[in-house]
Ligand binder design. Structure first.
Ligand code: HEM
Length: 219
């Protein structure tokens, strides 16, 4: 598709589960960061497991969710990314570069919760899976967990910075669609109709991934 300056129309792009996932994730990542720095550890553990529930949900949603929530819709090869940069490809959902950012954020957060599950604070807290590895290995996981915080802060800063760059410099508001689900697109795309993921399916999936994540406390 070629980018042009034609009249814009609103097209429904993001389904409700994808939008709720996004804003819940953003809030929980902030809660995890603050509680990781200042405590209490039980809050940090709870928000970390809630982040894990959301991430597992999003991995499955990437295959069964709405059209633009699916990985197949936004994970593209370098050729498409170059076409996008040259203005020869107009994305309806995540653009090819945004898609890379989404994958980077999901992978970094998964690694972060994965490491957190094996961590300890040397005082009174041992994470649910730390008892299955040696103290040295748990200390190493704790070290990587602390280090990866910086990587995630960097990615989030880049992500939010990019959203505002699109808003201010490119006059392309990506934030509003992540809130309302509707995006302004060139009129030639008005016939486009994306399939929205079913909220009930999302609720069942989230209940399952939540049970799996919080079930780790029973081990
Ligand atoms: C800790 C904070 C945040 C995290 C971890 C995060 C993570 C993510 C993830 C994983 C996605 C992909 C959504 C999906 O397909 O399921 C996404 C998309 C998006 N996020 Fe965030 N986000 C954060 C904060 C924010 C904030 C504060 C804003 C706005 C100011 C924002 C704006 C957006 C937008 C506009 C998109 C869609 C981009 C597009 O249209 O391609 N995010 N974010």
């Amino acid at each position: 598709m070629t980018q042009n300056a034609e009249r814009k129309v609103k097209v429904r792009v993001w389904d409700l589960p994808t939008r709720l996932f996004h804003w819940l994730l953003a809030v929980l990542v902030v809660v995890s960061f603050v509680s990781g720095q200042m405590g209490p550890m039980h809050l940090h553990q709870t928000s970390g497991l809630a982040v894990l529930s959301l991430l597992l949900f999003r991995l499955v949603w990437g295959f069964v969710g709405g059209t633009h929530a699916r990985f197949a819709d936004f994970v593209k090869g370098p050729g498409t990314a170059i076409d996008y940069l040259k203005g020869r490809f107009l994305a309806i959902g995540h653009n090819p570069l945004g898609g890379l950012m989404v994958l980077a954020l999901l992978a970094a957060l998964l690694a972060q919760v994965g490491l957190g599950l094996f961590a300890n604070d040397d005082i009174s807290y041992d994470a649910p899976l730390s008892k299955f590895i040696s103290k040295d290995a748990s200390d190493a996981a704790t070290g990587w967990h602390a280090l990866l915080v910086k990587g995630i802060l960097g990615l989030v800063a880049l992500h939010v910075g990019a959203a505002f760059f699109y808003l201010v410099a490119k006059k392309d508001n990506l934030i509003q669609p992540m809130i309302t689900g509707w995006k302004a697109l060139p009129a030639s795309l008005s016939a486009h109709s994306a399939k929205m993921g079913h909220p009930l399916l999302a609720a069942v999936l989230l209940a399952l991934t939540g049970a799996l994540s919080f079930g780790l406390l029973l081990l």
